[in-house]
Design a protein around this ligand. Structure first.
Ligand SMILES: Cc1cc2nc3c(=O)[nH]c(=O)nc-3n(C[C@H](O)[C@H](O)[C@H](O)COP(=O)(O)OP(=O)(O)OC[C@H]3O[C@@H](n4cnc5c(N)ncnc54)[C@H](O)[C@@H]3O)c2cc1C
Length: 522
């Protein structure tokens, strides 16, 4: 059963071992509060529905609460600390394109805001209903989740847009194929959500970015249905797929999508290496990206992320032993962990691994083939549950991300970390902040920043602190000319920054060119 408060299902927990608790206390301080509002109290806050009756729509209170927010930190504060003050007025679960059309017509006729709902994993405020104005209907696509066609000649599969990661791959795997898009939210996020937010999976170097995987799709819009062209590529003007990719529900409801698929890989391996410091690590990752090796993923953690990963692993003895070994080989306190993946044909993997080893050694790196890479792989969809545990311990955790060219990325990373680390000093609050580089390109890479601070007894203060830290970091990103989002999208949280990023195109927001918005974000 999916949680209403927090991430994931009720049956899964991520346990934080006692030494890790001590570590967090030593870095940010003893937690101030652990109190959450109860589910009953939240349900009592749900305001009466303003929707006319409709056979496809439920106005059940719990359903409306479940669809009221996503997973951004302010969503969490709303749901856990009870600050929530806007709800969809109803929820619909269409099963067919006819249902979707009927619901759009109903929304048009009754002047209702429509918010498509995929897996609800948005971390930038895509799903928040407006506090004022017309009523809101949440359209949950969960029942449009089937494999509709598998074209083995074209290596293409057509699926309902509401299919979530595990169900999608299970249906393809039965036939010997995979899509391979693995965002960390894979357990719940959906095909439609991935496409309209331009999401990026963890194995982005091989098959993880959604854009090249997306072939075509069907949309229902307020102006009627749209079938995108079905061709491998076209030079006939702007590519319509790229207007849909990243449109964040402003154009319509994507009901199904045809995707490029692959045969299941012959082999998949995940390994690790260490570099003595971040400067060398950055140089190594750039060299690896520019060598264009056929790797499926790379990830370089800064020293703080490396240390925190060790501390939270719960493997105290193993970690102490590993640290001793690493020290002996010149990988001291400033060590940076590097993870990489090899996916595909075994012989090609061996060759890529050999060339990679050469680059790593040229950068004073040390390769560790045991444990760490596989441990990352095994826990990759469990890690988001850590946020639940930390919240319950009294810590608020958020992440943000950007992408920059290689000649700017390191200075921007330093500035963001500094801004966040010192962001709450006037309240004598410390912030734990760390980062990694992943999703690399020959000309640059993406930065992923994680920060953690103590929840306040007053939830408004927790929220103000989030706004401040997010604002400080976002300003650094804008000042360095980075993108406000490499993978999470715009939503409401990044709306204030879109203008500076798009200024050179003369856009103030996507609405400039959209006459019939059906969604409230940006
Ligand atoms: C723990 C965690 C880890 C994450 N890791 C990653 C990651 O590795 N990479 C990454 O890119 N993102 C990541 N995200 C962000 C998020 O998972 C992605 O943005 C994802 O693509 C959202 O998909 P969803 O189905 O959950 O969409 P939702 O959150 O339900 O919706 C997001 C937006 O898409 C719209 N939408 C959804 N379905 C449709 C549809 N069929 N038609 C039209 N509009 C639609 C919604 O209206 C909304 O505007 C993570 C989030 C969490 C909570």
């Amino acid at each position: 059963m999916k949680r209403i408060q927090g991430w994931g299902n009720m049956e899964t927990d991520y346990t934080v071992p006692d030494p890790a608790k001590d570590y967090l206390e030593s870095v940010v301080g003893e937690p101030l509060t652990k109190k959450n509002v109860t589910l009953d109290a939240l349900l009592k806050k749900v305001t009466p529905s303003r929707l006319p009756n409709h056979p496809l729509i439920t106005t059940d209170t719990e359903e409306r609460l479940r669809h009221a927010r996503g997973q951004s930190l302010n969503d969490w504060i709303d749901m856990m600390d009870g600050l929530i003050d806007s709800f969809p007025d109803g929820v619909a679960y269409p099963e067919t394109e006819d249902d979707v059309r009927v619901l759009i017509e109903f929304a048009k006729k009754n002047r209702i805001n429509l918010i498509p709902y995929g897996g609800g994993s948005s971390v930038v405020g895509h799903l928040t209903p407006p506090r004022e104005g017309p009523p809101t209907l949440s359209m949950d696509l969960a029942k449009m989740n089937r494999l509709l066609d598998l074209n083995e000649k074209n290596f293409e599969a057509t699926l309902g847009a509401g299919v979530c990661g595990p169900d999608l791959e299970a249906q393809l795997e039965k036939q010997g194929y995979l899509l391979g898009h693995f965002p960390q939210s894979w357990e719940y996020s959906t095909l439609g959500g991935w496409i309209v937010t331009r999401s990026v999976g963890q194995q982005s170097d091989h098959y993880g970015r959604i854009e090249p995987l997306f072939v075509t799709g069907h949309m229902e819009t307020p102006s009627g249905p749209i079938d995108l062209p079905h061709v491998p590529r076209s030079a006939a003007g702007p590519d319509l797929r790229h207007i849909l990719l990243g449109s964040e529900a402003r154009l319509g409801i994507l009901t199904k999508a045809t995707m490029r698929i692959r045969r299941l890989p012959e082999e998949e391996k995940f390994y690790s290496a260490f570099f003595p410091n971040l400067d060398i690590g950055f140089e190594a990752v750039r060299a690896i990206a520019q060598a264009e090796l056929p790797l499926s993923m790379v990830r370089l953690s800064d020293p703080m992320e490396t240390e925190t990963t060790f501390q939270l692993s719960g493997e105290e003895k193993l970690v102490n032993l590993a640290k001793k070994g690493l020290n002996l080989f010149g990988q001291g306190e400033q060590r940076c962990m590097f993870l990489y993946g090899l996916t595909g044909n075994a012989a090609e993997n061996r060759l890529a691994d050999k060339r990679l080893a050469h680059i790593i050694r040229n950068h004073q790196g040390m390769i560790v083939k045991v444990y760490l890479g596989e441990a990352w792989m095994k826990k990759r969809f469990l890690t988001p549950y850590l946020r639940n545990t930390l919240w319950d311990m009294g810590y608020a955790l958020d992440t943000l991300e950007t992408a920059l060219p290689w000649d700017k990325i390191q200075s921007c990373q330093k500035s963001i970390l500094k801004a966040i680390e010192h962001g709450l000093e006037d309240q004598n609050e410390r912030v734990l902040v760390f980062s990694h580089v992943s999703h690399v390109y020959t000309n640059g890479g993406s930065l992923y920043i994680t920060y953690l601070y103590r929840r306040s007894k007053d939830p408004h203060q927790t929220l103000d602190n989030w706004r401040r830290l997010k604002g400080l970091a976002s300003q650094q990103i804008i000042d360095y000319g980075g993108t406000i989002s490499h993978q999470h999208g715009v939503g409401l949280d990044h709306k204030p920054y879109l203008k500076s990023e798009r200024a050179f195109w003369g856009w103030t927001s996507s609405r400039t060119w959209l006459k019939t918005p059906i969604h409230n974000t940006s």
